[in-house]
Design a protein around this ligand. Structure first.
Ligand code: CDP
Length: 222
C-alpha cells in the first residue's frame, strides 16, 4: 500500500522528471499518463485516422497500450512494441492535444489509469489526475513554471535525444497546447481546489523532488 500522489500542470513544468524521482525515493510506481495519450496519437498518425471522436473511439478499442517500469524509467509499448522514443517526436506533440480532447480517448485512458493506480503507492503525472482520475488522491500538486523556463528545458531535453528545435518554436507549441488543454470541454487542465501550487521557475529538479517528497512523507505519516 501507499498513498496516491497526483502531479498536474502545463507542458514542460517538470512534472515527469520530478514524478519519476519522487517515485524512486518513495519506492512507488511512476505513471506518465501523457505517454498514453501520445501513444494513441502515434497510432492515429500511423493508421491515418481522422482526428475526431468516432474514428478515435474505434482506434482505442483496437490498440493495446502498456506502461512498463524499467531501470531507465517508464517504457511505453504500443501493441507490444516499444515506442518510447517515437511518442516524443514533434509530429506526435503537435497533434496530441487534439487527440486528448476526444471523450472516447479520455474515457479509455482514465479507466486504465484508475486500474493501474487503484492499489496506491503511485505517483501519476498528467493534466486531470487530481481533478478527474484520482479526485481523492492524498497529495495533489499543481506544478507551474514561466514559459521561458519551460521552453528552455524542453529544448535541452529534446536536444539530448538528438531532436533539434529552437526554444522559440517550442514556446509557441507549449502555449498552443496549454491553451487547447485548458479550454477543452472534458477534463480541462485546471488546478484542483485542494492541490498545492509549486512554481518551479527558479528551483532545481532536486529541490522540486525534495519539496514534494517532504509533502508526501507528511501525508504518509498522518
Ligand atoms: O511532457 P509534456 O509536458 O510535453 O506533455 P505530456 O505529459 O507528455 O502530455 C502530452 C499531452 O497529452 C498534453 O498536452 C495533453 O493534451 C495530453 N494529456 C492529457 O490530456 N491528460 C493527461 N492526464 C496527460 C496528458
Amino acid at each position: 500500500m501507499g498513498i496516491t500522489i497526483a502531479l498536474d500542470g502545463p507542458a514542460g513544468s517538470g512534472k515527469s522528471t520530478t514524478a519519476r524521482k519522487v517515485a524512486e525515493r518513495l519506492g512507488y510506481i511512476y505513471i506518465d499518463t501523457g505517454a498514453m495519450y501520445r501513444a494513441v496519437t502515434l497510432a492515429a498518425i500511423r493508421r491515418g485516422i481522422e482526428i475526431s471522436n468516432l474514428p478515435l473511439k474505434v482506434l482505442v478499442q483496437s490498440i493495446n497500450i502498456q506502461l512498463e517500469q524499467s531501470p531507465n524509467g517508464q517504457k511505453t509499448l504500443l501493441d507490444g512494441v516499444d515506442v518510447s522514443r517515437e511518442i516524443r517526436m514533434p509530429e506526435v506533440t503537435k497533434l496530441v492535444s487534439e487527440v486528448s480532447a476526444s471523450p472516447a480517448v479520455r474515457e479509455a485512458m482514465v479507466k486504465e489509469q484508475r486500474r493501474i493506480g487503484k492499489k496506491g503507492g503511485v505517483v501519476m503525472d498528467g493534466r486531470d489526475i487530481g481533478t478527474v482520475v484520482f479526485p481523492n488522491a492524498e497529495l495533489k500538486v499543481f506544478m507551474i513554471a514561466s514559459i521561458d523556463e519551460r521552453s528552455q528545458r524542453r529544448a535541452a531535453e529534446l536536444q539530448a535525444k538528438g531532436i533539434d528545435v529552437s526554444p522559440d518554436t517550442i514556446a509557441r507549441e507549449l502555449e498552443k497546447r496549454d491553451e487547447l488543454d485548458s479550454n477543452r470541454e472534458i477534463s480541462p487542465l485546471v488546478q484542483a481546489p485542494d492541490a498545492r501550487l509549486l512554481d518551479t521557475s527558479s528551483i532545481t529538479i532536486e529541490e522540486q523532488t525534495d519539496i514534494i517528497t517532504t509533502w508526501a512523507n507528511e501525508k504518509i505519516s498522518q
